[in-house]
Design a protein around this ligand. Structure first.
Ligand code: DPP
Ligand code: ZN
Length: 893
């Protein structure tokens, strides 16, 4: 296996100053001519290198005799160049430091490009995806992010099939082709030097929706969103989100947009969520299209977040980019953080957003950090960079940025980002450069040694464990001594770890629930360290890790006694001044119950949920998060003893829901009544947090009530509600309740599914959700359900969203369906077959599914050996991609 190592990084021997492209588009034979102005890199070595290596994708066909060096034909027979292991190697370069031009012509077949990297077709629209290494599938090039060039791109295409031609930068010329009036062309110039992963091209028959944003400088930017004809009305929210993001970035980071045009194109077939190509963002249509009839509140929120995320990349990623792909979190961690803060500001309730982000981190990143594919935020090695677009690089990376802000404060952090952008504009840099800017902008806050230690967050994988003991209280001096210990668990390739810098935001409440010590940061640096808090009254309760100030697992040793733990959790749930902590205490009570195997909630816990309900009813979004059922996979991931029994976990989770439903029955029924009355009495649609909260709470109420011993009336009511609901949020929530409920009969399920299908079958995005709801239903016959979905007309086996929903839903979000029941080994065989089949077309998507096997060692021995058989079978497959191979190999290592 070939591994790329950070330690082997060398600057590029050559730089490309500019690139001139002529792309003559044709579905099966696209011709790409390029002219590169190349010069030796002065920082590489004193002696210029005598051979030039260009990356070339396997599907690119070089036109014979098309290579010209300084205008002169290169002859392969005479050894002027050769192809070797994905490289076009050119010898006989002119000597000296003057540089040279290199011209080439290659042929591509976009219609056969099922990997969706490079140039491909999505439902008749040409589009590109070049991050991370897709540009080499279009043009022979030095495909690495530290080679920044100016681009001039001429696109030629059939004028009637592809009236819209787009690339990065400004349109400088367009018109019919003189010799073939059926075809037309457009020329774009991008004035900003950029790495080739930000190149983009689109050609299609698309509708355009336009708007404008006026910058702080008073100069307008034209904004365009391109979609399929008929979808124009569904772009309004994306456009509003874009304008909000532009304004927010000016206000919050002083970042102003740097071209006069900003384009977004939505396509249905896209491996990722979206891509931040310079001035031409390409999006998965699910993150653009929304209307009150067809989009849920989560869709609206996700669109705002992703549109913001890609826009924010214009500075954090494009103007300042990554030196190499090991530094991916430089742009992604920072941009996710910027996106999270943008969303929090737009939501108007920061705790709600923080809760959602932390829940996601814990349920997706923590298990990655504890499994065979654990890697640091800045990995040391990779086989396929596509496998590292991971929750660790993104979400944990964002937590690392957040900790810097916590340590430096709002203003110090802003000084740091200002310095970072000013210092590195136009450069390709490293995570060290980012930290250095933070340190230099606030020289007195942390020492150089502290910053070196802080950077271990980039180097060490694994979720740190912190144990806190606070039993040493001196009542006379009103002094509380806190002892904290930390340990970073071993991860693959990193058996021994050093202590991290961990900011623990801590506050103290008195016995009546009043805050007596406001939030202060305890900065844990040693393996074991003590802290003293003053003015702590007797009967106090301490609240640690407020707003989740560090991505760690915290154990309170003074809670060894279960009675005290439940009492203090109940107290924090009722009184903490930080809403995040109230939710977190509730989570802990639920998790404790789930790990009691029978799922029993203590009487203290039950009372707490009743009180929380009454206290939070005016803040229904938070309340819905407090009451939201735990996911079964989270319960399994957190289970302290192995093996995990999926059946038992499923039963425990069901039992918890039933106990909550019993304890809250009349309150939940009231939620259903008021939701219906409220909806009947109003017209129009609003996304404000109270309205979203009402809908979220109604959804939770249904999901709890249908677990009661006599669920019939609730199931009937859900069905009626599904038919009549005014919003897609409620329609899909009730559909999910009916399809997922253990108690629902076959008739209920089928009726609900067909009502929805009949109404929305023409809508690809809604059909995708309809598929996902079925694939994630925690049922013992989930395998059969999923197998039949693959043959359903709504399922398109070439569409990544459909694959993620059906196979991803089953493999990654339905642990009871996959591992439960008596036929787990058939489920594993089915999954392996599907992964192999998809791998032949789209390795990147297949590798995401292969992650289902990363948790294999947590299950019983018979399940483990069944999974091992399938993994070994996949590894033996002669055509297995390195993408899937890397994941499976790590699982077995
Ligand atoms: N398109 C992906 C993102 O924005 C990769 N850059 O995160
Ligand atoms: Zn990104």
């Amino acid at each position: 296996r070939t591994v790329v190592r950070l330690a082997d990084y060398q600057p590029p021997p050559f730089l490309v100053e500019s690139i001139d492209l002529e792309i003559d588009l044709h579905e099966t034979e696209t011709k790409v001519r390029s002219r590169l102005c190349v010069r030796p890199n002065p920082t590489y070595a004193t002696e210029p290198c005598s051979t030039l290596e260009l990356d070339v994708g396997a599907t690119v066909r070089l036109v014979p005799d098309s290579l010209l060096l300084n205008g002169k034909r290169l002859d392969a027979e005479r050894g002027a160049y050769h192809m070797h292991a994905g490289k076009l190697v050119i010898r006989q370069l002119p000597s000296g430091n003057d540089g040279f031009t290199l011209e080439s012509c290659v042929l591509l077949n976009p219609s056969e490009n099922t990997a969706l990297e490079g140039l491909y077709l999505s439902k008749g629209t040409f589009c590109t995806q070049c991050e991370a290494e897709g540009f080499r599938r279009i043009v022979p090039f030095i495909d690495r992010p530290d080679v920044l060039a100016r681009y001039r791109t001429k696109i030629i295409a059939d004028a009637s099939k592809y009236p819209v031609l787009l690339s990065n930068g400004n349109l400088v010329e367009h018109g019919p082709c003189p010799r073939d009036p059926q075809r037309h062309y457009a020329i774009y110039e991008d004035p900003w030097p950029k790495p080739c992963y930000l190149f983009a091209l689109v050609a299609g028959d698309l509708a355009r929706v336009s708007d404008e944003f006026v910058r702080a400088s008073n100069r307008p930017v034209s904004l365009h969103i391109y979609v399929r004809h008929g979808d124009e009305a569904r772009t309004a929210h994306a456009m509003e989100s874009l304008k909000k993001a532009m304004l927010w970035d000016e206000k919050t980071y002083g970042r102003v947009y740097d071209l006069d045009v900003f384009n977004i194109v939505a396509v249905d077939d896209f491996n990722m969520g979206a891509m931040e190509n310079k001035s031409l963002n390409i999006f998965n249509s699910k993150y653009i299209l929304a209307s009150p009839q067809t989009a849920t509140d989560s869709d609206y929120n996700a669109i705002e977040a992703v549109v913001g995320h890609e826009y924010f990349h214009n500075w954090s990623g494009n103007r300042v980019t990554c030196r190499d792909w090991f530094q991916l979190s430089l742009k992604e961690g920072f941009t996710v953080f910027r996106e999270q803060e943008f969303s929090a500001d737009m939501r108007g309730n920061r705790a709600v957003k923080r809760i959602a982000d932390v829940a996601r981190l814990r349920s997706t990143q923590f298990p990655q950090d504890a499994g065979p594919t654990a890697h640091p935020v800045r990995p040391d090695t990779y086989e396929t960079i596509n496998n590292f677009y991971s929750v660790t690089i993104y979400e944990k990376g964002a937590e690392v940025i957040r900790m810097m802000k916590t340590l430096l404060g709002e203003q110090g952090f802003r000084r740091g980002t200002d310095l970072y952008f000013a210092r590195h504009d136009g450069e390709a840099v490293t995570c060290d450069d980012f930290v250095a800017a933070m340190a230099d902008a606030s020289p007195s806050v942390l020492s150089a040694a502290d910053w070196e230690q802080f950077k271990l967050w980039y180097a060490q994988a694994g979720t740190p464990q912190v144990w806190i003991s606070d039993s040493a209280y001196d009542a006379q001096r009103r002094e509380l001594t806190i002892v904290a210990r930390q340990r970073v668990p071993p991860t693959p390739g990193q058996p021994v770890k050093k202590p991290h810098v961990i900011p623990i935001a801590t506050g103290v409440l008195d016995a009546s629930g009043k805050e007596v010590v406001p939030t202060t940061i305890l900065c844990l640096k040693e393996a074991e360290q003590s802290f003293t808090l003053q003015n702590v009254p007797p009967g106090h309760v301490v609240s640690y890790l407020r707003h989740f100030s560090a991505p760690i697992k915290l154990t309170r040793e003074s809670w060894a006694d279960q009675e005290r733990e439940e009492r203090e959790l109940a107290f924090l749930m009722a009184h903490d001044t930080d809403d995040f902590q109230r939710w977190d205490a509730a989570q802990q009570l639920l998790l404790n119950a789930a790990h009691r195997r029978d799922g029993s909630l203590t009487p203290v816990a039950i009372t707490s949920f009743q009180r929380a309900f009454d206290a939070l009813i005016d803040d229904p979004l938070i309340l819905s998060q407090v009451l939201a059922p735990l996911s079964e996979s989270y319960v399994m991931d957190e289970q302290p003893t192995l093996p995990v029994d999926p059946e038992l976990v499923h039963k425990a989770c069901l039992s918890i829901k039933r106990q909550l439903a019993e304890a809250l029955r009349s309150r939940l029924e009231h939620v259903l009544d008021t939701a219906e009355q409220y909806e009947a009495g109003r017209s129009g649609f609003s996304l404000d947090s109270i309205e979203q909260g009402r809908r979220a709470l109604e959804a939770v109420a249904f999901s709890l009530l249908v677990t009661l011993p006599n669920p019939e009336p609730y199931l009937e009511r859900a069905l009626v509600r599904m038919r009549n609901a005014a919003t897609m949020t409620t329609m899909l929530a009730t559909l999910q309740t009916l399809v997922h409920a253990d108690a629902a009969s076959k008739e209920h399920r089928e009726q609900a599914l067909s009502v929805f299908y009949d109404r929305w079958q023409g809508d690809y995005l809604l059909m995708d959700k309809w598929l996902r709801i079925q694939a994630t239903a925690p049922r013992s016959d989930a395998l059969m359900v999923v197998q039949s979905l693959l043959h359903h007309p709504a399922y398109n086996a070439g569409n990544p969203n459909n694959i993620y929903s059906v196979l991803g839903g089953f493999a990654l979000a339905n642990p009871y369906g996959l591992h439960g029941g008596s036929n787990a080994s058939s489920a594993y065989r089915f999954l392996a077959d599907q992964i192999l089949e998809i791998d032949g077309r789209n390795p990147q998507v297949a590798a995401r599914l292969a992650n289902a096997f990363t948790k294999w060692r947590r299950f019983s021995e018979d399940r483990q050996s069944a999974m091992r058989i399938e993994m070994e079978r996949m590894l033996e497959s002669p055509k297995l991609s390195t993408d899937v191979g890397e994941v499976i190999f790590k699982c077995l290592e």
